[in-house]
Design a protein around this ligand. Structure first.
Ligand code: MSP
Length: 653
């Protein structure tokens, strides 16, 4: 049984399919802020994060790197843990879906759902996006490609990723059976999906049009949890992944005391995966007789001026770089302050530097410096407690706004409330002009009162800031001469007795930065970081050593381009006919469109192709008979040409 004073918060489990960037760190920091807040409010708190390690996407990534999935994943997992250390993430558990206890629990769950006929065996035929690990109906696709006869030949998912046609035996979960229950659950639990707008999306786009049964197993690849009673199937990666939130607490294993204590918890997720968490997840839990999560909060994305971060755009920001140069608290503060949680936000180096300069160095840093300087100068570092709080109503309003905002995950408003209080306190200095009081001996008590208020307001502010920037709070406590390194937020109030002398003026907590210089630095690092990452990827794809016989199996030939065109509707694909000296031309599809805005210019070029690659059906309508060799240059793929004098079909080796 849960009691009121427990709190369970989870991040999505990330796909370790590349180095995590500032965007993926964003949720983890937000959850960390919440976990720290709840702990300081006296809640027994459990914070879970981890990695989603199965599925086709990971299998392909590992294959590309010439590694087994496990060889690929272990260093990735270490890197992610290192990053969370750098960002000071206070998670209680890090789950990997390849952990044995999780795999065993998922197998058990699957068998139970099968036994109670919530899962049945059928055949899946439809569209699949590997990047999203998601099935789509034709109507859900953003773009549908059709041939002249009107047959659908392919399409693009709402995420802009291309879909593949999949036809295979599959287990299905009877989602449709629970649609009414789900709508009723939404109705009776109005806070279940937050922000509200995401709930309407779910109802109107997915449930009302008819909730289809979900394919929950795959047979065409192996990297997943085998279905115990039919191991040629692996469990669909999303079913596997969603259950992490309870297997991590011991559900499905011998000791489920953490599950008993902490479930249901809050699932914090990005907006594009709200659907999995608010439709499939509660239904599967309900089918097992378990409670849905207490709440699913779908936050927005952290974007760049030119859209999503991507290596090819050279706009990727890695948190390590910012933390290394500006310190962790600047980064945590910026992310939580600048973006209204729930909505999309845009990272700009200018805003980042401005937040450091104005909020941290100026408002907070200066208040601290001025206070310490005056307390030292006028009263030898001591203040005596006064009981009447002249700014009582300001403090009450601050605390009330702060807590209300924290309860709604409105981190920017919570910080805004603290900054209003800091601004009010700065204004209080100007109103009271302690430098004038200090000149008049009869005003000594008044002066002490003013300085005490400044000290207290700094302590109160730093207390409320602990979940966000606890290192800075600790520095402030130290400069205020306090022995405590942390204060409970629950019940914190005006009226502390400062026993110790105030420390001699400490280092400024945030130095002022030169806007121009730092913006240039960050931009440079963004470009360089993206390049370095691109190179790291290139090195990572150095495949395992092979023997000559392995190489000899590949039949490489010279082939002349007879025609080259864009595949209609596809941003990536070009369709070639080539003459490989065989008397009849071959068709080859190649994902190199980006590097060739005018593909017809390739006609007459001699290329190098893999001639004995098994033909592959692509986009339903085409069969690609081979592969054109290409290499990445400047973010795009370029073909490897051959000498013009070489005859078509000449063997390369
Ligand atoms: N593995 C699934 C989640 C399974 S949870 C049972 C997945 N992984 S992911 O790595 O692709 O994304 C994980 C989370 O990171 C998502 O919530 C996604 O929204 C978030 N973000 C990735 N890039 C982001 C930004 N640029 N900004 C904010 N969040 C970002 O989906």
């Amino acid at each position: 049984m849960t009691n009121e004073k427990t709190f369970y918060i989870t991040t999505p489990i990330y796909y370790p399919s590349g180095k995590l960037h500032l965007g993926s760190s964003y949720t983890t920091i937000a959850c960390d802020v919440l976990a720290r807040y709840k702990r300081l409010m006296g809640f027994d708190t459990f914070y879970l994060t981890g990695l989603d390690e199965h599925g086709m996407k990971i299998q392909r990534k590992a294959e590309e790197a010439g590694l087994t999935p496990k060889e690929y994943l272990d260093p990735m997992a270490n890197d992610v843990k290192k990053l969370w250390k750098i960002l000071d993430i206070s998670y209680d558990k890090f789950i990997r879906t390849t952990d044995a206890y999780h795999e065993a629990a998922v197998q058990k769950i699957f068998e139970q759902l099968l036994a109670q006929d919530d899962i049945y065996l059928g055949k899946y035929a439809g569209w699949y996006s590997v990047s999203d690990e998601e099935f789509f109906t034709e109507t859900q696709l953003k773009v549908v490609f059709k041939d002249e006869a009107g047959n659908v030949t392919g399409g693009i998912a709402p995420s802009d990723h291309e879909v593949e046609w999949v036809e295979e035996e599959s287990y299905f979960f009877r989602m449709g059976k629970y649609a009414d229950w789900l709508l009723d659950y939404y109705e009776t639990h109005p806070d279940f999906i937050q922000p509200e707008i995401r709930k309407n999306e779910m109802i109107n786009n997915f449930i009302k049009p008819g909730l289809e049964d979900l394919a929950v197993s795959r047979t065409t690849f192996t990297w997943g949890i085998p279905v115990k009673s039919n191991p040629k199937h692996v469990v669909y990666v999303w079913l596997d992944a969603l259950f992490n939130y309870i297997t991590a607490l011991g559900y499905g294993s011998d000791d489920d005391s953490l599950f008993q204590k902490f479930w249901p918890g809050i699932n914090m997720v990005g907006k594009e995966i709200v659907r999995f968490h608010t439709i499939y997840w509660p239904i599967m839990l309900h089918a097992l007789g378990l409670e849905p999560p207490r709440q699913v909060f779908g936050h927005g994305w952290m974007l760049m001026k030119d859209g999503k971060m991507s290596k090819s755009k050279g706009n990727v920001v890695y948190p390590e770089m910012l933390v290394g140069k500006y310190g962790l608290d600047a980064v945590r503060y910026y992310l939580m302050r600048e973006i209204s949680f729930g909505q999309d936000g845009i990272f700009t180096p200018e805003d980042f530097v401005a937040r450091i300069n104005y909020d941290l160095a100026n408002d907070l840093g200066n208040l601290l410096n001025r206070t310490i300087a005056m307390v030292n100068q006028y009263q030898g570092g001591h203040v005596r407690k006064v009981s009447a709080n002249l700014l009582h109503s300001d403090w009450l309003a601050t605390a009330a706004t702060y807590h209300a905002a924290m309860d709604k995950f409105q981190f920017n408003s919570a910080l805004g409330a603290v900054w209003n209080f800091i601004a009010r306190t700065n204004k209080f200095i100007d109103e009271k002009a302690p430098w004038l009081l200090a000149k008049d001996d009869t005003k000594a008590d008044e002066l002490n009162g003013v300085l005490y208020h400044l000290m207290e307001n700094l302590r109160l502010s730093a207390t409320l800031l602990q979940p966000f920037i606890h290192t800075t709070s600790e520095k402030i406590f130290a400069q205020l001469g306090l022995d405590e390194t942390s204060f409970a937020i629950d019940g914190v109030a005006f009226g502390y007795t400062f026993k110790n002398a105030v420390a001699i003026k400490g280092e400024p907590i945030f130095p002022r930065l030169d806007m121009k210089e730092e913006v240039a630095y960050i931009k440079e690092q963004m470009a360089a970081g993206s390049e370095k990452e691109a190179k790291a990827v290139a090195i990572a794809v150095l495949k395992k050593e092979i023997v000559f016989d392995d190489f000899d199996k590949v039949d490489l030939r010279v082939a002349e381009v007879l025609s080259a065109k864009k595949v209609e509707g596809s941003d990536k694909l070009l369709i070639f006919t080539v003459d490989a000296g065989e008397g009849k031309p071959r068709t080859i599809l190649s994902g190199i469109a980006k590097g060739y805005p005018e593909p017809e210019k390739l006609v007459g070029e001699k290329l190098q192709i893999v001639a004995n690659l098994a033909p592959r059906k692509m986009m339903k309508k085409y069969v690609s008979e081979g592969m054109i060799l290409s290499a990445e240059f400047d973010g795009a793929l370029k073909v490897l040409t051959a000498d013009k004098n070489l005859p078509n079909g000449a063997s390369i080796g």
